[in-house]
Design a protein around this ligand. Structure first.
Ligand code: F6P
Length: 557
């Protein structure tokens, strides 16, 4: 196994340390002295117009960051990923989410096998299924049209589909809607099914491994809900054959483990496969996106995939100095490792992107929250960022106070679209323009602030002046696109996938495993009998856990 290049030992890192040591950039002055700054630091990738100029960067900083990318071998690792090399070393897997959107004539081999025809075969199957549901050719067991598709999955088998479904609501076929059950809290399954008609409901059980406790439990709850409902209403007989037929018409699955799908009782004919070289958090553009394909239709789904592809091409072919995901990833390294930034906020000025920050939390934090490098050695610097965010303008009235005036550096990505999904007017006023005025104003306020003299000039009493000063110099990136289309959503996802890759490469980590989620799962299995009243199992737990379980058992009605 190769050893990662230690970023902290590179010449570029040393140069960045020096640049940081003497760093005194004032964004007001930087823009005043350099009229080309906005233009020079604005880049395009696909339809994305990305303004980096309000970041804490100079030409020297950007050059050193690009040199860092060079020195850690970013291009070689990127090419290895695209070529299907097994860069996920702790799981001995290729990392080929980019093959999921490759054109049909591409050749991408894993162990000597071209995977592209397999990808397109599954896509065709998903699209044929989507068309049948959308046209009404696929009905429930009593012949009624499907009205609600319920995706059952968690993590990457939920966050991607729900985020994209919400983002593309205007593209959803009338008369169809999707719901998403993820949490093992029984409230989730209850709430998502309570007002549904079993005769018009179709479940998609989405699980890469088909062994995830939450998903399989929820799938069984859904199966019981379906059969009980159909039998109680007299829609089907209470016998095995009728139940089997009902499950066939109301359950499909998405998984890499088709044998387990069959064991669950779902007809393998109604299962859509994918492969171990697709990470869960990188899988929304695989069959995991079946709920989305049904909702928005194959044509829009193809546009969604084309959006990913556009950014893949940009990432693959653009020199590092103009490569948007590379520059954004390197900037995140600059803030994390040189400014000690702990978190990164993402602020979509698009209500339909309200689940995008949650989606990015898994993508970035499950990928880069690691303490060892891919050869097993300790990391040499801090890794990972805490991603969070909410749609603007709601965030403005909640947590922007801390971003504007708090003591921490919080790099912020602002995302907005030139055209609204819904063109509404308040009298004569275009509401989208009011909305975008906030988007533009916030990044200016963060960059340029307000001095004490400016506050005084407004007649502010002296004792209140300090509280009303804005330091400015708070870094933001502005990302704009023409409209929130399927392609734009694909482009945004691919952008952040490659940003995540860039950071992981600098840190020398395997961004594609997720061993950190395993211990809790194992312990939950061990503690389950104790929760159920097994005294011997309880005594094996630590004193704190014993006390908590006893409290639970005493109070459980
Ligand atoms: O527990 C974490 C995780 O493995 C994620 O990486 C994954 O997206 C999620 O669980 C769901 O896994 P599966 O699709 O196998 O049910």
């Amino acid at each position: 196994m190769s050893t990662p290049i230690d970023a902290t030992q590179t010449a570029a890192w040393k140069q960045l340390l020096e640049l940081k040591e003497n760093f005194s950039l004032n964004l007001r002055e930087a823009f005043a002295e350099d009229p080309d700054r906005a233009e020079r630091f604005t880049f395009t990738a696909g339809d994305l117009f990305v303004d980096l100029s309000k970041n804490l960067i100079t030409d020297d900083v950007v050059a050193a960051l690009v040199a860092l990318g060079d020195e850690v071998g970013l291009e070689a690792r990127r090419d290895a990923m695209f070529a299907g090399e097994k860069i996920n070393v702790t799981e001995n897997r290729a990392v080929l989410h980019t093959a999921l959107r490759a054109p049909a004539d591409a050749v991408i081999e894993v162990d000597g096998h071209n995977v592209v025809p397999d990808v397109h075969e599954v896509l065709d199957k998903v699209f044929a299924f989507a068309d049948k549901v959308r046209s009404g050719a696929w009905t429930g067991v009593t012949g009624k049209r499907i009205e609600t598709v319920v995706n059952i999955g968690i993590g990457g088998s939920d966050l991607g589909p729900v985020m994209v479904y919400e983002a593309l609501k205007p593209y959803v076929q009338e008369g169809l809607s999707c719901r998403f059950i993820s949490n093992i809290d029984p409230t989730d399954a209850y709430e998502k099914t309570v007002d549904l008609d079993p005769e018009t409901t179709l479940f998609i059980v989405a699980s890469k491994t088909f062994s995830t406790l939450e998903t399989l439990t929820n799938a069984r709850l859904a199966r019981t809900w379906l059969l009980d409902g159909l039998i109680a209403s007299g829609a089907i007989e209470d016998d095995d054959a009728a139940c089997k037929e009902a499950i066939e018409k109301h359950f499909v699955a998405v998984s890499t483990a088709l044998d387990k799908v069959e064991e669950f009782g779902i007809d393998p004919q109604n299962a859509f496969g994918f492969w171990d070289w697709v990470g869960g958090r990188y899988s929304v553009d695989s069959a995991i996106g079946t709920s989305v394909a049904v909702a928005i239709g194959p044509d829009h789904f193809r546009q969604f995939l084309a959006g990913f592809r556009e950014i893949d091409e940009h990432f693959k072919n653009t020199p590092l100095a103009g490569n948007v995901p590379v520059l954004m990833g390197l900037l995140n390294v600059w803030y994390s490792n040189f400014f000690d930034a702990q978190s990164h906020v993402v602020l979509p000025y698009a209500q339909y992107l309200h689940r995008f920050p949650a989606y990015l939390q898994q993508l970035t934090m499950e990928s880069n929250g690691k303490s060892v490098r891919y050869d097993g050695s300790d990391v040499t610097t801090t890794t990972g960022e805490i991603f969070w965010g909410e749609p603007g303008t709601n965030g403005q009235h909640a947590f922007y106070q801390l971003i504007h005036q708090g003591t921490r550096v919080i790099p912020a990505d602002f995302i907005a679209f030139a055209n609204p999904a819904h063109d509404l007017k308040d009298g004569q006023e275009d509401v989208h323009e009011l909305f975008l005025a906030n988007f533009f104003a916030q990044t200016a306020a963060l960059a340029f602030g307000k001095t004490a003299d400016e506050v005084r000039a407004e007649g502010t009493p002296e004792n209140v002046v300090p509280a009303r000063v804005f330091s400015g110099n708070r870094p933001t990136t502005s990302i704009m696109a023409p409209a929130l289309t399927p392609s734009a959503v694909g482009q945004l996802i691919a952008l952040y996938e490659h940003i995540t890759f860039t950071e992981g490469t600098v840190w020398g980590i395997d961004s594609f495993d997720q061993w950190g989620v395993e211990l809790g799962k194992q312990l939950a299995k061990q503690v389950t009998p104790a929760v159920g009243g097994d005294e011997a199992a309880l005594e094996k737990q630590d004193p704190s856990t014993q006390s908590l379980v006893r409290y639970y058992r005493a109070l459980r009605r």
